[in-house]
Design a protein around this ligand. Structure first.
Ligand code: ACO
Length: 402
């Protein structure tokens, strides 16, 4: 066994914290979570109030700038974002290089990373103006890129953004309009989509945000950093949980099969987990899940979807789990992903689009955190240490003597 004092010195403090359960990697003024109380604040404002009274682009402004905008600031911000919604025409060719059946997240990781090859004039991270332009480009273009990835995956032509529509309505338009038929975005669905976007906009130092910050700490350009965040988000323990959750609800199929899956989730020899349950920080109800649950009811009502079997399974599963000793003792509550999939499915999205929608909504959080990190004069490259448990120093052995 190696004496770590020899490696790291007598005086220094060395913490070993797998999964970063108790290590703060930065100071931040953006988002606050109280996991025990189930509280989430963006720049001090409770998520419930924002979900009810604000709208996504206003939340974007708030996250990026620290304060709510006045009317003039909001109009200027909206105009600027709108001006950037189209992607460079040459990027269409880049999309066409992917296989048709590629997962939209795979396409997005590639295309967003490639933005640095198309938008050289906003990759100098030392220039605050370029950082600003990169933020606008990312917030504006992510819905376009996600919608293009979707259209490409189903073999339909790309739909150009419509700048007379709101942010969420324009995204629905780019996903669901087809050239042959007129498409009118139902305003209630645009509102529901806007709310989903607000609820996902930021969540302090989660895995993908930490990835963006770590990538950015080396001075990498913002497009590369956001592509890294998208790649990290894709995993089923993180943003990929919304797709996995809906697939699980479908697999359960009917309420009478719930006990079988609850038993599997509790069995330590079975890798199965209840997707959409549990959270590293929330040891109480995820406040986003409460809003999402109400939204799911409203959207299904609006669309006249009654007795939806997936929603019935979801509601019953939640009821049973919240009364079960295992889930109660481990403080496993439904998280944001538990209900978002039901809304998105009702809107007509395939499960493969759930995580891309999370990614486009979270982009503003990532970029706000990235800007905060870059502007910190004490910022240093992120460089975690390790607890080495491998072989001690030894001499090379020639191949004939092994
Ligand atoms: N179903 C069953 N048991 C669970 C679940 C679950 N969904 N989540 C945690 N547990 C159990 C674990 O088996 C572990 O039990 P043990 O103490 O007997 O070993 C205990 O609860 C603690 O779990 P950890 O994995 O140590 O908790 P951690 O904080 O590392 O993980 C995570 C949090 C990844 C979210 C986990 O709860 C999980 O896998 N949930 C399902 C996936 C999911 O919904 N992810 C979305 C998260 S929200 C987001 O990213 C937007």
């Amino acid at each position: 066994v190696l004496d770590i004092r020899k490696l790291y010195g007598e005086a220094g403090v060395f913490t070993y914290d797998p999964g970063f359960t108790s290590t703060a990697a930065c100071e931040s003024t953006i988002t606050y979570i109280d996991g025990d109380q189930g509280e989430l604040l963006y720049r001090g404002y409770p998520i419930e109030q924002l979900a009810e009274k604000s709208h996504y682009l206003e939340v974007c402004y708030l996250l990026l700038n620290g304060e709510l905008p006045d009317r003039e600031q909001m109009e200027t911000f909206e105009r600027t974002v709108t001006r950037h919604t189209m992607v460079h025409e040459q990027m269409h060719n880049f999309f066409r290089g992917f296989r048709r059946d590629a997962h939209p997240m795979a396409t997005m990781v590639g295309v967003v990373g490639a933005m640095s090859a198309f938008y050289h004039d906003s990759t100098d991270v030392t220039d605050p103006r370029q950082r600003e332009v990169a933020s606008f480009r990312l917030v504006a273009k992510l819905p376009t890129i996600a919608a293009m990835a979707y259209k490409y995956s189903i073999g339909q032509p790309f739909v150009y953004p419509r700048n007379d529509l709101g942010y969420a309505a324009n995204f629905l338009h780019m996903c669901f309009a087809v050239p042959a038929e007129p498409y009118h975005v139902p305003p209630e669905l645009a509102t529901a989509m806007d709310r989903i976007m607000m609820l996902h906009a930021d969540h302090e130092q989660n895995a993908s945000t930490s990835t963006v910050r770590l990538a950015g700490s080396s001075g990498a350009n913002p497009f590369a950093c956001i592509a890294a965040g998208i790649a990290c988000l894709w995993g089923p323990a993180h943003g990929g949980a919304n797709q996995a959750c809906l697939e699980m609800l479908r697999q359960i199929g009917s309420v009478d099969r719930i006990p079988e899956f609850i038993a599997r989730a509790k069995d330590k020899n079975d890798p199965f987990r209840l997707m959409g349950f549990g959270h590293r920080v929330y040891k109480n109800f995820d406040p986003r899940a409460k809003v999402m649950k109400q939204s799911a009811d409203e959207v299904l009502d609006l669309l006249g979807i009654h007795n939806n079997p997936t929603l019935q399974v979801a509601k019953e599963l939640e009821r049973i789990a919240l009364e079960d000793d295992y889930f109660v003792s481990k403080k496993l509550y439904p998280n944001v992903d538990f209900y978002s999939g039901i809304i998105l499915e009702a809107m007509g999205f395939p499960t493969s689009m759930f995580t891309p929608i999370f990614a486009l909504s979270r982009t503003v959080g990532w970029i706000s955190q990235w800007k905060e990190m870059i502007s910190d004069p004490s910022g240093r490259i992120g460089r975690p240490r390790q607890l080495y448990t491998g072989a001690p120093a030894r001499d090379y052995v020639e191949v004939d003597n092994r």
